[in-house]
Design a protein around this ligand. Structure first.
Ligand SMILES: NC(=O)c1ccc[n+]([C@@H]2O[C@H](COP(=O)([O-])OP(=O)(O)OC[C@H]3O[C@@H](n4cnc5c(N)ncnc54)[C@H](OP(=O)(O)O)[C@@H]3O)[C@@H](O)[C@H]2O)c1
Length: 325
């Protein structure tokens, strides 16, 4: 009889959920097995997880009945929402509520909810330091996740609230890699001034989450934050310079300039960086490096992540101005 406990993982073909699946699958002697949840069991990524030993089950997080089926018999559930698929905090709230309802219905014994701070607790809507967005939010993709915490706690679900950090993969996939400025130099651009940005290799989120599941009840009811490094833009540029072998400078643009870059979500991300900048000690303090490494001894630093990934970072050598000032 298979006595291994099932952990159901939302977003199994994505960054966070994929990391959780791989962490469980690599621990062959472990006491858990993984149920990888995806909208399409026939996709290449889903079939790869199946080949590695995962049970693959189809789900749509907008359909609570499909979530109830997907969580049936599961001991644990890793829950994450996908703001950048739709840019709607209301949809994110509804999806988190679906997950909490389904976990309650299925009697899940340990939920990890991948959340972020509700920034309105420190910057209320009337606070004019940063613009209010969509009438109800300061940082929509943070605030909705933080607001959604209550769906898990109000239902009395045994939940660990996991605060994640800026993925360094944003340098690869999110257009944040070095770009050539008008002066001919290469820059990474962040509106963080000289403040530190907690960052993480996205794969490590899954390893930390698995570390939390392995601890049993220790972190149930708790909020835990994780990061691999806390670095200033200048320190990130210096690490990039060392890894690439040519100079990358830090372009510390103003928040107004960043919010005005015009790409979808620039205002949301501008406010996010302002929150991280203005509340540096709270934000970094909630993401202890020592604690993260205790959960996941293989935790990568920016330098070790770069050693593996620097070749994937696109370098925009065009003439587009990086500074925008
Ligand atoms: N980028 C950052 O620096 C950062 C940092 C912290 C937190 N976050 C947060 O991370 C979240 C995204 O997580 P991620 O990076 O792991 O996402 P991701 O890599 O973009 O993966 C998204 C996965 O979600 C699945 N999915 C999308 N819509 C779905 C639906 N309706 N039902 C079921 N599955 C669905 C897709 O799988 P299938 O196509 O196989 O269904 C896809 O593989 C966002 O909310 C973001 O705010 C991001």
């Amino acid at each position: 009889m298979d006595e291994k406990k099932v952990i159901a993982v939302i977003g199994a073909t994505g960054a966070q959920g994929g990391g959780v699946c791989r962490a469980i699958l690599k621990d062959a002697g472990g006491r858990t097995r993984v149920r990888a949840l995806t909208r399409n069991a026939g996709s290449d990524k889903a079939r790869e997880l199946k080949m590695l030993g995962a049970e693959v089950v189809e789900v749509d997080i907008d359909d609570v009945e499909s979530l109830k089926r997907a969580f049936r018999g599961a001991h644990g559930a890793f829950c994450v929402t996908f703001f950048w698929e739709h840019f709607s905090p209301e949809k994110e709230l509804a999806e988190a509520k679906n997950m909490a309802d389904a976990a309650k219905h299925a009697g899940v014994r340990h939920v990890i909810w991948s959340t972020l701070e509700d920034t309105r607790k420190l910057v209320p809507l009337y606070d004019s330091r940063m613009p209010t967005l969509m009438e109800k939010y300061k940082v929509p993709h943070f605030d909705a996740k933080g607001e959604a915490n209550r769906f898990f706690s109000e239902r009395g679900l045994p939940t660990t609230f996991l605060l994640t950090s800026f993925y360094w993969e944003n340098l690869i996939h999110f257009g944040m890699g070095p770009k050539r400025g008008e002066d001919g130099n290469l820059y990474i651009t962040l509106p963080m001034g000289d403040r530190k940005l907690p960052g993480i290799a996205s794969e490590d989120i899954g390893k930390c989450a698995y570390g939390i599941f392995r601890k049993g009840s220790e972190f149930i009811g708790k909020t835990v934050g994780i990061a691999g490094d806390h670095l200033t833009g200048g320190q990130m540029a210096a690490a990039l310079t060392k890894a690439l072998g040519f100079e990358i400078l830090y372009n510390a643009v103003s928040l107004e300039v960043f919010r005005g870059f015009g790409f979808p979500g620039a205002d949301d991300l501008g406010n996010m960086f302002q929150f991280k900048r203005d509340f540096e000690s709270d934000f970094c303090g909630a993401r202890s490096l020592g604690f993260s490494r205790a959960l996941n001894p293989a935790m990568q630093t920016f330098e070790t992540w770069l050693a593996e990934n620097v070749g994937h970072i696109p370098i925009d050598i065009g003439s587009r101005q990086a500074s925008g000032e």
